[in-house]
Design a protein around this ligand. Sequence first.
Ligand SMILES: NC(=O)c1ccc[n+]([C@@H]2O[C@H](COP(=O)([O-])OP(=O)(O)OC[C@H]3O[C@@H](n4cnc5c(N)ncnc54)[C@H](OP(=O)(O)O)[C@@H]3O)[C@@H](O)[C@H]2O)c1
Length: 276
Amino acid sequence: MVVVPGLRLNNGVTIPQLGFGVFQIPQEQTQQVVEDALEAGYRHIDTAAAYGNEAGVGAAIAACGIPREQVFITTKLRNGEHGSASAAFEASRQALGVDVIDLYLIHWPVPSQGLFLDAWQALEKIVAADGARAIGVSNFLPEHLDTLVAQASIVPAVNQIELHPSFQQPGLCARSRALGIAVEGYSPLGQGADLTAATVSELARKHGATPAQIVLAWHLGVGNIAIPKSVHPERIRENLAAAGITLRPDELDAITELDSAVRIGADPAKAAFTQM
Ligand SMILES: NC(=O)c1ccc[n+]([C@@H]2O[C@H](COP(=O)([O-])OP(=O)(O)OC[C@H]3O[C@@H](n4cnc5c(N)ncnc54)[C@H](OP(=O)(O)O)[C@@H]3O)[C@@H](O)[C@H]2O)c1
């Protein structure tokens, strides 16, 4: 079985650098898909209260027979619950059926709401009470990170952001890393759209690999945490096997050159997302 490297976060907790995302997987399908992922060898699952499938993730973790401490679980605080983060955390913990969440993230900064500092204080209390092993943020831009770090007792362990070959956010990655915050790439395959780039196909041919494996090997090679999603067992296995592929520095650079700075998802500066 392929060995997924561990990445040490700023508080000493280790996160598997390649994980499995469950966004848009319907609740009724989630248990089976997560069981497939755990059977394939993933030991890091990324969900969110807003995905509506935490209970499916929890059911898979309970059923799989893998000791709880061997599976890293991330979930996220909904945008409409920044003012009630402690209760939202309890609801996630219950839905997942676990005592401790490995990584709890503020899903979006929602700057128009002006509540992410309040939410962060609640997350710091959750860590103090041993409810979460690490806390972090998602979709935070440099100005949100700076505001947070100026007030926080705990520096976020992770910033989970949209990140794939055609949208790399180099400035945000550099700012996050300068603050000691690990960069986690969501939509790491560009939701499939980045798999047809000629550079990616060429490297895939050269390495006897698939385009998805090349893109994921690039993430790992440049130091990102990556959390691809698939509902198909063969792709689930294919994506995990990317951890066994090492790209040379010039090959990493060739993919880095594909950045066209065009987002797929919402812009965190403008997005309100109060419905999530
Ligand atoms: N924090 C946030 O705001 C946020 C936002 C978006 C996503 N996320 C997280 O990031 C995770 C991944 O992002 P994502 O789901 O948006 O996009 P993604 O992982 O980049 O791409 C998923 C898409 O690619 C397809 N795919 C997967 N493996 C493939 C392969 N080997 N070959 C060809 N196609 C493949 C999937 O189809 P099939 O399923 O049909 O295989 C699906 O359509 C999410 O599940 C979630 O955990 C976080």
